[in-house]
Design a binder for this molecule. Structure first.
Ligand SMILES: [Zn+2]
Length: 186
């Protein structure tokens, strides 16, 4: 629906019908007035009818070949305006609708296709790719959970493992060496 210039197509189609009717009236008037010169009446009628046909063709081509929307929009616009001279302006309705339809056709842009994964639920989950894999430690290495536990005790980080003075093993958190009494750290 949104990928077609529907509004421009419908307006231009109605415009073309009214310009065609205006052209038919011009043809009838021309045939009457210029009855003594049939060629003039025929030419007037043909030009008037052709304007309506061209607007109709422009509307259909605009709808079928949307990539040429600028070209057909201009054709609708130009022949709608020319209908002032050729087809009584399509009783004014054809003129106005043709100008609007042609302008809409020129300005029309195709709707960009939304990324399917995004609409399908990318914000809610992880789309078609599924949840992220749970980390698995390679064989021979400790599992990640034990690393996390030991890292969450930061007080032991500053305490040296052994006394600088006597070399005795120090329990975590002590300020003085339990063996020789030297201050730990610094
Ligand atoms: Zn010591």
């Amino acid at each position: 629906m949104a990928e077609k210039p529907t509004a421009a197509f419908v307006l231009s189609l109605i415009s073309g019908i009214f310009i065609l009717l205006g052209g038919a009236v011009i043809a009838a008037i021309g045939a009457t007035i210029f009855a003594f010169v049939p060629a003039v009446g025929i030419v007037l009628g043909v030009i008037g009818l052709a304007s309506g046909v061209l607007v109709l063709v422009g509307a259909i081509m605009l709808y079928m070949h949307t990539e040429q929307h600028v070209t057909w929009g201009i054709i609708i616009l130009v022949f709608s305006i020319l209908s002032i001279f050729t087809s009584l302006g399509g009783f004014l309705i054809g003129l106005i609708l043709g100008i609007i339809g042609g302008a809409l056709g020129i300005a029309w842009k195709p709707q960009p296709m939304p990324f399917p994964g995004y609409v399908a639920g990318y914000p809610a989950g992880f789309g078609p790719y599924g949840p992220p894999p749970t980390p698995v430690a390679p064989s021979g290495y400790a599992t990640p959970t034990t690393v996390g536990v030991s890292a969450s005790t930061p007080t032991t980080a500053e305490v040296p493992a052994f006394c600088k003075n006597c070399g005795a093993a120090l329990p975590p958190g002590v300020q003085f060496c339990p063996s020789c009494g030297t201050k730990v750290g610094v």
